[in-house]
Design a protein around this ligand. Structure first.
Ligand code: G1P
Length: 294
């Protein structure tokens, strides 16, 4: 099977939508039940065959490095107390993948974060995964980024994840025009960053999963910047689309926007309902709450 070994996770944002907690805890470490949101992304990558992960960080992100590091004080305490189950959980975090870090020193957006990965990815194709997008797939199914990797190798072209959204959500995402030539596969002819509803090409939005190759760096360098001086990654993808080199993959799975407070809460509830040790209690609580709210 064709394999992609490297993934890049941009994580330099300030997480302003979650203030005040993000004053000192970065948004990637906010938990869904008992795991930081970033861990869901890393686990999706690992379950899709990825071995090396570059996290593009910034100031205030040291706790990310601590999380994936060895924790000798905690581990020896757990060992001493015979808490084997917890010790295993702690140790798994150190062994998940080879995790590398680079700092995006002057965070000027997504394309700039991708440029920070150039030395790490070298000549290999790689995945890009945005931390606000959590994609749940049942354990027996290929994870979200795995589905894109398969599409990349089938088509030989850079691939983005696509999801149908209602009109009201059009301005939140990159929007595409294209032709669906096979089940869930779209040849993209145009892509634009966050259009107004009246300017939409379709109701197909791009979600934060991408598989690209080393040519992306040249495309980013050739992308004109916007009035604010930022280069939009979506504009670089548009240059690829113009050359018929961009595919949309309608992934299967349930996606949560962990950057949105309401969906973040929904994710917590739904993940708790999937957890055997919590589901009965949570269900009972929700049912009694629903009665009270009626
Ligand atoms: C980013 C991208 C956008 C994409 C979205 C997916 O936007 O710029 O093209 O559709 O992620 O979640 P952000 O959510 O960071 O504003």
């Amino acid at each position: 099977m064709n394999k992609i070994k490297k993934a890049v996770i941009p994580a330099a944002g300030f997480g302003t939508r979650f203030l005040p907690v993000t004053k000192s805890v970065c948004k990637e470490m906010l938990p869904i039940v008992d795991k930081p949101t970033l861990l869901y992304i890393v686990e999706e990558a690992v379950a899709s065959g990825i071995e090396d992960i570059l996290i593009v960080t910034g100031r205030n992100k040291k706790i990310i490095e601590d999380f994936f590091d060895y924790t000798p004080e905690l581990d020896s305490l757990l060992e001493k107390d015979g808490k084997q189950e917890y010790l295993e959980i702690s140790r798994q975090m150190e062994q998940l993948a080879n995790i590398y870090y680079v700092r995006q020193k002057h965070p000027t957006g997504f394309a700039d974060a991708v440029m920070c990965a150039k030395a790490f990815t070298g000549d290999e194709p790689f995945a890009i995964m945005l931390g606000d997008d959590i994609i749940y797939t049942p354990p027996e199914k290929r994870p979200g980024i795995g589905q894109l990797i398969d599409c990349y190798f089938d088509t030989g072209k850079p691939t983005v994840a696509v999801m149908n959204v209602p009109d009201a959500d059009i301005p939140k995402y990159a929007n595409i025009r294209g032709e669906e030539y096979a089940d869930g596969r779209i040849e993209i002819s145009q892509i634009v960053e966050k259009p107004a509803i009246k300017d939409k090409f379709s109701n197909d939005a791009v979600i934060g999963r991408y598989v690209v190759d080393k040519d992306i760096y040249g495309f980013i360098e050739r992308t004109p910047s916007t009035a604010s001086g930022e280069v939009y990654f979506t504009d670089s993808l548009q240059l690829l689309a113009k050359e018929n080199r961009l595919i949309g993959c309608r992934f299967q799975g349930k996606r949560y926007d962990a950057g949105n407070k309401l969906e973040y809460l929904e994710a917590n509830i739904e993940y708790a309902l999937r957890d055997n040790s919590l589901k009965d209690g949570v269900r009972e609580y929700l049912l009694s709450l629903a009665k009270k709210l009626k």
